[in-house]
Design a protein around this ligand. Structure first.
Ligand code: CU
Length: 141
C-alpha cells in the first residue's frame, strides 16, 4: 500500500483519541474497568474496580494505570476529588492513592454517597508535571 494511503487511514483514529481536551466524556460510565480518560498530558486507564459497576457507599476501590503517550508513568502523587457537579457537592473522605508499581496505582475509598452522575477528578503530580483527568460515572444504586 502506498505510504500516503496509510496516513489517510490513520487520521480519523488520531482525531478521536488525541486533542488534549480535559473535558469529561459525554456519556457517564456504568462499568469502569477498561475505561480511559485523558487530560492535557496523561491518560488514566482504569484496570479494575471493586465492585464494578461502582455502587453507593464507602466501599469502592479502583486500580488504574497512568499513561503518557501510551507509556506507564511511575512516581506520581495524586489528589482525587469525586464530586456531583449537578448537586454542587463532593464526598468525604477524598480517596487516598498508593503506588503499586509499573505505573499502576490504587485509589480508595471512593465514597459515592448517593446515586447519580459523579465526576472523579484525578490530579497527578509527576515530578512537578501536573494534570487533571476526569472520569464520569453513573452510580445506579
Ligand atoms: Cu448528590
Amino acid at each position: 500500500m502506498p505510504r500516503h494511503a496509510l496516513l489517510l487511514l490513520a487520521l480519523p483514529l488520531a482525531a478521536c483519541d488525541t486533542g488534549g481536551d480535559p473535558a469529561p466524556a459525554d456519556e457517564p460510565l456504568i462499568s469502569v474497568a477498561g475505561a480511559e480518560a485523558s487530560g492535557a498530558i496523561y491518560t488514566v486507564q482504569v484496570d479494575e474496580a471493586t465492585p464494578d459497576p461502582p455502587i453507593r457507599g464507602n466501599v469502592n476501590a479502583w486500580t488504574f494505570t497512568l499513561l503518557e503517550s501510551s507509556a506507564p508513568v511511575t512516581g506520581c502523587r495524586f489528589e482525587v476529588e469525586p464530586t456531583m457537579p449537578s448537586h454542587g457537592h463532593g464526598t468525604e473522605p477524598n480517596p487516598t492513592t498508593i503506588e503499586l508499581g509499573g505505573g499502576r496505582y490504587e485509589m480508595r475509598p471512593l465514597n459515592f454517597i448517593m446515586p447519580g452522575e459523579w465526576h472523579i477528578a484525578i490530579r497527578p503530580d509527576c515530578d512537578g508535571r501536573t494534570d487533571e483527568i476526569v472520569v464520569v460515572v453513573e452510580i445506579q444504586s
